[in-house]
Design a protein around this ligand. Sequence first.
Ligand code: ADP
Length: 580
Amino acid sequence: MTSVLRVLDVAVQVAFLALALFTLADWIRHRDRQRVWLVIALVSLSGLVFLTPLAAAFGLSGEPVIDAAILLFILSGYALLMFRDSLIPLGKRLRVAISAAIAVVAVLGVAADLSSNPDAPRTPFQLVVLVLVVVAWVLCVAEPIFRLGVASIGRPSVEASRLRSLSLGYAGLVVVVVVSTVAGRALQNTTAAVITNLVVLIIVPLLYASFAPPEWLRRTWSRPEDDELRSALHELLLYSPDRETLAARALSWGARMVGAQGAYIQDSDGSILAAHGMTPSAAAELAGTAVTSRTTVRVPLDLAQGTGSMTIIAGPFTPLFGDYELLRLRGYAVSITAGLDRVSLTERIAGLEKAKTEFLDFASHELRGPMTVIKGYLTMIAAGSLGDVPPRAASVVPLLVAKADEVNSMLEQMIETSRLEEGRLALRKERSDVGRLTEDAVEYLGPLAGDHHIDVKLPPWTLWAEVDPDRFQIVIRNLVTNAVKYSAAGTPIEISVSQKDGHALVSVKDLGIGIDKDDQRSLFMRFGRIKTTATANTPGAGLGLWLSREIARMHDGDLRVESEPGKGSTFTLEIPLHSD
Ligand code: ADP
């Protein structure tokens, strides 16, 4: 047992020596102010363990060694509390009061002349001081153990694991110290002593992991969060409505990914697009400075409009940024860049769409007035109300009236389109005779029908449907004018009204140029004109079919096409029949 214990004793001393050396080396390399109290806590704790063998090696013993041990002991507890204070502030008054109390305990500890021999008889004063020292230390570490443990809940996984390691490590130390103090000499050469040493050997790596976890450990800790991050990233990149929201969401995940305290994204024009864990003005101030410390990392964002950047600022428990974090952040930056560019593009397209709709609205309303006047006078000229017109001039008047009607029908489509897009197209439905409305629409076309023979076939009975008569007629007129426009003069156009499966069907059949299968897919799109030589010279805005199908769908119906190039097309409007 004695030899096992001796080996374990040496192992514990080596472990603490290593803890002190690695901690100091890591801190000297990075020199971050935030972890300074943690360094003091861990180094003083380690110093405490190898103080006795070190003193023996230098032939020192007795009072000064004991005093140094008491001071190191108290310092290790006090430093942990101060580290907690740097993370979660205690408040100035409390900090001063605690510091004063600890100083008093330290002075008492030194003044009590405690002996290094645990068997030596103690005066009541020495006993009280000993208890005071242990209680003060336990209180100093118990509070941070609890607070840091609680603070770890809900934190990014790397940060949370570090806080938990620290809490667990110190909790183990409390148990060891209390057990050693209470049991005193009784603990020597027992299984309990072996267990205590083994516990200490587990605690040391825990403490180091909390201070500077190696890359493989950080990777392991962050793994469970990676899947969550992947799906969040997917959501964020696809569904963020604007750049600011995307940047803010991206930052909170970026900070979470590496356990950072603050982060901000600077846009290509230098403005702060979003800030996380800090105010935008603080971010703007920092953005003007170069990154010099390893507690801050800045990765470029190669945006379409120029280069922006994402800056991440470490918190007390962020693993100092290493290659692993940099690699992850760079990969993340590429995704954010793609996301921001996508949103910019969507915003631009939405802006263009809006401008287009506004233009349609503006142009159609502005043109409607003059066109009404032109059409009015032309009709009067045609009717002879303005006196005699020379025969040659009179011969072109019907053509002018037809052209004016063509422009009017285009304006009507434009007005309806802008209404539809702005959600202002409200149907005024009423029970209507579908055959009658179709006939009226065709009749209204008049000269627009050109040289075509238009045949309207109606069923022997009336088909009733709930429709907006004006909008229904817009659809029919549009289908018939298309049939006229896209078929040769003189060819017949057949319009038939029928009934099928509870629906009224109105089909408009021409023997015109027809439409290719591939082109049929883009027919019903807004501004969807087919670019063939046959249609290139035919006037039209490409709005008619889109508008017609939208109107049909607003009636719970549909508009379909069957066509073969060179043979002709049949467009069929389908509207539910009125049921009673
Ligand atoms: P437009 O004002 O250009 O006629 P539409 O939306 O009414 O707009 O039609 C879209 C395109 O569909 C037309 O440009 C034309 O190429 C094609 N199209 C429409 N109707 C017919 C038809 N009856 N025959 C052949 N092509 C047609």
